[in-house]
Write a new protein. Sequence first.
Length: 357
Amino acid sequence: MEFKILFKTFKFFFLFFLITLLPYHLITLPSYAAITQTINYQGFLLNKSNNTPVDSAQDMKFAVYNIEFGGAPVFAETRCNLPVLKGRYEIEIGSTTSGGIPANIFETYPNLWLEIQVDPDGDCGGTFDIIQPRIKLQAAPYSFSSLFASTASAASSIFKADVITNHAVTANNGITISTNLYVQGGIYVDAVEPGQKVSINGMVESLSGGFKFPDGSVQVQAAAETKWTLISENLSNITSKNVGISTGAPQARLHISSGPGETGDILMVSTGPSKVFSVTGEGKVFANYYYGDGFNLTNINVFDSMRLSKSGDAMTGPLTVSGSSLTIVNNSVGSDAFSLAITTDTNRQVYHLSVST
């Protein structure tokens, strides 16, 4: 497995290193002021083959050299099964070595470098892969970033606090990322919303490409203006003009259009599964009840004129028949048949009323 470092931060405090620069007669250390001879180190490890964060324990070696290239280490420590979680690892170098890192190497050598090695086969032995370059140790908190393991370069960190302000040393007074950025937490812009992957307080702009949704669809154009509004649980249309269904040119406040020759229902009112009112594509209106005097009804043809159609139906008010030469009603009660005839036949008495049984 090949590895590369995305970024690392290195901190170590060796007070005795500074102390050796002062005259000894000016310094008196109490017996309990012993310095912990270890180095705290945090790093981020990527798998070079697929450019993803390593998420499993690794065997690693940390060696200190007195020269930048070649030579033999003046101190080395191997850690087997060092925990690496989503690329991140942390180690206290020297903590597993008796006495820690020897203090005399800081007195003997003015410059020291840290080399990191990773075991490629996981047996915590044999040859380790070396991550280049070595990192020069400083007597103050030090951080650096590196590229690929074969071309990594180190530099002091530009991040000085939790909040990054404008940086005059960059082209845009900010930070430009020219490679992949892996974020394991959330991204917040002018807002902090824990639990959300992305939270932005402000406008989001797409200059090209549009937006892709979970169903795979891509929207490259804004949705058309809508006059529909949802108020509580009610949906209403706020237009002052016409509304069309299946037509782009409505000719009434509500215009429902259907295809030519449509005979099925195009408008229906139901209570549960029961249809109580409907209008078909042929213009037929069906309802359980009709109310009104029908005074304004016009153009009723002879086949669809209103009539009593059920046994037991009753009519109230006068019945006027005009333009008919003969109207006959036949019925029966039990075994007795009877008929009622109203006629204007010239062979009969005008407006003759006859009842026969």
